[in-house]
Design a protein around this ligand. Structure first.
Ligand code: NAP
Length: 311
């Protein structure tokens, strides 16, 4: 079958080539992939993986072979899936615990943006606890995870402060629900209860310093690649402790169906809008990767894998 494979000589080290057909385990369905999306971690892995590796966490498509143990949806079901690689292929075998049926009202291309980016944003907000009426700062707010975090925090009733690296990055975030858009945490005008951090480094340190007693910083990513240096005493002497908590939404997460269903329901009702600023056929993956690495995307890039039959 065709797949995007790692090739050290190709632009972005990715090229459309051939890979073996997936061999499903008993609890896995085989899905014909229609769309996938690009995540920054995939650029990291493309730079390091063995030649021939098939990457791709997110994929949406149609079940062509239900799981042999009788679990999961029947053949023909439209599904969105998460896997630790294998999504950038015409077919993927996926654990039924890592998929959800896509409602008719949701486009499969939109569904393909959800598992990693929206799922991680949702998990971070769940970990942060109640957010209604609280001040939530989202760093890296223009990115894949950030664009969903802004929307989900607004849906949860928070006062949302979106932090971006440039005025251009901040465009459109107010329409997604941001009450304030700032150029970096150092420009936030007052304390915050929750930080959803995608950037790490100096932004993490500055954002941590903004926390109210009992507040939490949910550390999703480290896009800056910088060390974070906290001023002496930052972590001391608070009767209601503040915390830095890591967020993980990768392989082995057990509540993924519930997570995906919650997100799909929000998209189906129009409350959550996947923000796609690059879309194209999967053989143009290097172009999408270049835009992602160059911080020129707002939200997500979607790769079209196989044509979707008209509905
Ligand atoms: N924990 C998990 O399970 C999990 C899941 C998904 C993602 N992640 C991680 O979370 C981070 C964000 O992921 P994403 O998919 O949202 O990435 P993304 O789309 O590239 O967004 C990252 C954002 O960070 C900002 N940024 C600030 N400094 C940057 C720098 N030096 N280089 C690049 N971007 C910088 C950029 O906004 P401005 O240009 O406006 O500054 C950019 O929009 C990544 O580190 C990713 O690996 C972790």
């Amino acid at each position: 079958m065709r797949a995007l494979i790692v090739d050290p000589d190709a632009p972005a080290r990715l090229v459309l080539g051939e890979a073996p057909e997936p061999v499903p385990a008993a609890g896995q369905a085989v899905v014909e992939v229609r769309h996938s999306s690009l995540n920054s971690a995939e650029l990291y892995f493309a730079g390091r993986a063995e030649p021939g590796t098939v990457l791709g966490f997110d994929a949406a498509g149609v079940v062509v072979e239900p799981a042999a143990d009788g679990t999961g949806p029947a053949a023909g079901a439209r599904v969105v899936t998460f896997g630790d690689g294998g999504g950038w292929a015409e077919r993927r075998a996926v654990d039924v615990i890592d998929l959800a049926v896509v409602p008719d009202a949701v486009d499969l291309a939109d569904a393909a943006t959800l598992p990693v980016a929206a799922g991680t944003a949702l998990r971070a907000l769940w970990q942060a606890g109640p957010i209604a009426g609280r001040r939530v700062l989202v760093t890296g707010a223009s990115g894949g995870v950030g664009s969903f975090a802004v929307q989900l925090a607004a849906i949860g009733g928070a006062h949302v402060i979106a932090s971006v690296g440039s005025a251009a990055s901040g465009e459109g975030l107010a329409e997604l629900g941001a009450n304030e858009v700032v150029l970096g945490p150092e420009n936030v005008g007052g304390p915050v209860d929750v930080v959803i951090d995608m950037v790490g480094g100096a932004q993490l340190a500055a954002a941590y310093g903004l926390l109210t007693p009992g507040g939490s910083l949910q550390s999703i990513g480290w896009a800056s690649g910088e060390a974070a240096v906290l001023p002496p005493g930052s972590t001391l002497g608070r009767r209601s402790p503040t915390s830095i908590t890591s967020v993980y939404n990768g392989a082995g997460v057990t509540d993924r169906p519930a997570q995906l269903k919650a997100l799909l329901d929000l998209v189906a009702t129009g409350r959550l809008r996947p923000r796609v600023s690059w879309r194209g056929p999967w053989d143009r993956v290097a172009e999408a990767a270049d835009a992602l690495a160059g911080r020129r995307l707002q939200g997500k890039a979607v790769l079209d894998v196989t044509p979707e039959p008209s509905r």
